[in-house]
Design a protein around this ligand. Structure first.
Ligand code: C2E
Ligand code: CA
Ligand code: CA
Length: 593
């Protein structure tokens, strides 16, 4: 049995077929009705809408056949797609192409076949509408062929509407994101001159936060109108390029080589209309476009391209510009942030990636270790050691920070309990982020963790930065007071680097100030820093705080701070952060402890 020949434009044909998104989708009632109609008119048991795919024909609609697909080698329709009008086989047993075909020698015992190719354009058939009988025929008249032809026109029309439903955004009547991705894909695969400039862009019409608050305050109908107004302006600005709606308040478009110079005029137009208010229901609304643009590259996938475009648009918004071209360095740092955040989620679940190291804090008068600060360490199996200075600020932008703090509190408290039980009297300090103090149930959680651990709260300290207070002073003060009521001490971390307002210092329920290491490092280099440190020590003392100097790296600075009356010091000169076992060895070697 000879296999059907492959059409000369097979790859274009398959691409067109797959872009219709019909394969392996549910049967469509309208198409099924059309096959029933065909079977009735032609008095045959079987009629199908067959799509000829790589190695199979798949039936999008069928009557009289129990199966959904057959191998392409057996498909009559694989022959029919070569024809420009129809393929008619009056008796398959007498046709050498089909006489030993399993569909002829076995069920459904095909004898008669008439198929019309479903042509998207001349020469490009995705499949057929065909009728199949188990009895041979002597003729198939011109009139019959015309009827089958008309039915196939109906089938094609239905296929196009199905596609419109899947690809059209109902509000704006623009092609949607799926279509944008498919069209991008099409351009990657079909434009041989990809070296020639051709750009894609996405345009946000307002910030996500603005969209949300507009939705909350004015409702969905109003935001729909806003999106439509923003669309109208964009359509005009980028004409004749096609606009797509790729997200709630984001549009996409592509600029072919011919359009490239229009990019300049589009930029001009958008710059001139940006920030101009439109009036919707009597309320003026600003449309603030931020547009990310990138050149299409042959080795990029559509979804990767979309990611780059969104990143560029976000960058434009962050930098308060209308346009931003995708920049590779920016993107690589985003990619690293993204993979770090993903890996961090895993690290919080996995055993053994996260640990706490402890750095001693020394009382400058007695020379004893009066405290330890718990510092988070993360060793990833592939990335190796990742500094908290890198991952904590990233995590603070996400809900992950909450989980990190929980992890730190629980393991720090467990360690505190063990050392207290062993008779140690130093306090143990834990870092919390500004966001923790803003969280409604943070204090309850802390209380519960302390209870569960059995640790003495009066020997604990929480470190937070000045930044924690500036955002919402009243609420944070209340939290801090509640924490003090649990017996836990509070320390202001990185003091001197943030928003220092003496008024807030006066009332804050903290007991220590930790002077940031940037000042300590330069007390012998910059006389202004030396003056600032002395002033901070004196002022802090006047307000009743104990003062700790961070980042003490030399014997000289240790001695200087002591002479200035600083209470405590922490830094590499005394010890770097240590594992619990290393710390126990270290403290055992200190005669006074
Ligand atoms: P930080 O709270 O100011 O912690 C002190 C940092 O200075 C630590 O860096 C410590 O290793 C380092 N350090 C200590 N002594 C010296 C010194 O003499 N010289 C120099 N150059 N550095 C010194 P690390 O461990 O890399 O932590 C960086 C930051 O990450 C911390 O700054 C803190 O803001 C954050 N972090 C670390 N662990 C946690 C945690 O468990 N929770 C939260 N929220 N943040 C944490
Ligand atoms: Ca700290
Ligand atoms: Ca610090």
């Amino acid at each position: 049995m000879p296999a059907a020949p492959i059409p000369y434009n097979e790859s274009e044909r398959l691409e067109a077929l797959s872009s219709l998104c019909l394969l392996d989708t549910p049967q469509d009632p309208a198409l099924t009705l059309m096959t029933e109609l065909a079977a009735t008119i032609f008095k045959v048991p079987i009629a199908v809408v067959s799509l000829v795919d790589v190695g199979r024909q798949w039936f999008k609609a069928k009557v009289g056949l129990p199966i959904l697909e057959t191998p392409r080698d057996h498909a009559f329709c694989a022959y029919a797609i070569h024809s420009s009008n129809s393929l008619v086989i009056l008796d398959a047993t007498k046709d050498e192409r089909f006489s030993d075909n399993p569909l002829v020698t076995g069920p459904p015992y095909i004898r008669f076949y008439a198929g019309i190719p479903l042509l998207l354009k001349p020469g490009l058939a995705i499949g057929t509408l065909c009728v199949i009988g188990d009895q041979p025929r002597s003729t198939f008249t011109k009139q019959e062929e015309d009827i089958l032809q008309q039915l196939s026109t109906l089938v094609l029309a239905r296929i196009r509407t199905l596609q419109a439903v899947d690809y059209l955004d109902p509000l704006t009547k623009l092609p949607n994101r799926a279509r944008f991705e498919d069209d991008l894909k099409f351009h990657f695969q079909n434009s041989p001159a990809l070296t020639a400039p051709m750009h894609a862009a996405v345009a946000d019409v307002c910030s996500a936060a603005h969209y949300r608050s507009m939705m909350n305050a004015l409702g969905a109908d109003y935001t729909d109108q806003f999106v439509l107004a923003a669309k109208d302006r964009l359509v005009k600005a980028i004409y004749p390029a096609q606009l797509y709606r790729v997200d709630t308040a984001t549009f996409g478009f592509m600029l072919t080589r011919d359009h490239a110079e229009q990019l300049m005029s589009a930029m001009d137009i958008l710059s001139s209309i940006n920030n101009h208010a439109v009036e919707l229901n009597g309320i003026p609304q600003l449309i603030t476009y931020s547009i990310g643009i990138a050149r299409l590259r042959a080795n990029t996938t559509a979804s990767e391209m979309l990611r780059l475009l969104f990143a560029a648009a976000e960058q434009a918004r962050e930098q308060n510009r209308i346009f931003s071209f995708y920049e590779i360095e920016q993107d690589q740092s985003r990619k690293r942030s993204f993979s770090i955040l993903a890996a961090l989620t895993e690290a919080l679940r996995a055993e053994g990636q996260l640990s706490l190291h402890y750095q001693p804090q020394i009382d400058l008068k007695s020379g004893r270790c009066c405290g330890v600060e718990a510092l988070l360490r993360w060793r990833h199996p592939l990335f190796g050691h990742i500094s908290p200075a890198e991952f904590i600020p990233m995590a603070e932008k996400t809900a992950l920070m909450k989980r990190i703090t929980r992890w730190v509190l629980q393991s720090g408290l467990r360690q505190a309990y063990l050392w207290q039980k062993a008779g140690h009297t130093f306090k143990l300090a834990l870092n919390v982020s500004a966001l923790d103090l803003d969280r409604a149930n943070f204090v309850e959680e802390l209380e519960e963790f302390i209870k569960n651990s059995g640790a003495d709260p009066t020997m604990l300290e929480l470190e937070f930065t000045e930044g924690a207070i500036s955002a919402n002073p009243d609420r944070v003060y209340e939290r801090l007071t509640q924490i003090r009521h649990l017996g836990v001490n509070l320390a202001i971390d990185d003091f001197g680097t943030g928003y220092s307002n003496l008024n807030y210092l006066k009332n804050i329920p903290a007991s220590s100030l930790k002077i940031d290491q940037s000042f300590i490092r330069s007390i012998f280099i910059d006389h202004r820093d030396s003056a600032i440190v002395q002033a901070m020590i004196n002022l802090g003392h006047d307000l009743g705080f104990r003062i700790l100097a961070e980042g003490v790296e030399t014997e000289q600075s240790f001695a200087q701070l002591k002479s200035w009356g600083c209470d405590e010091a922490q830094g590499y000169w005394m010890s770097k952060p240590l594992t619990p076992a290393e710390f126990e060895k270290w403290i055992a070697s200190k005669p006074h402890n």
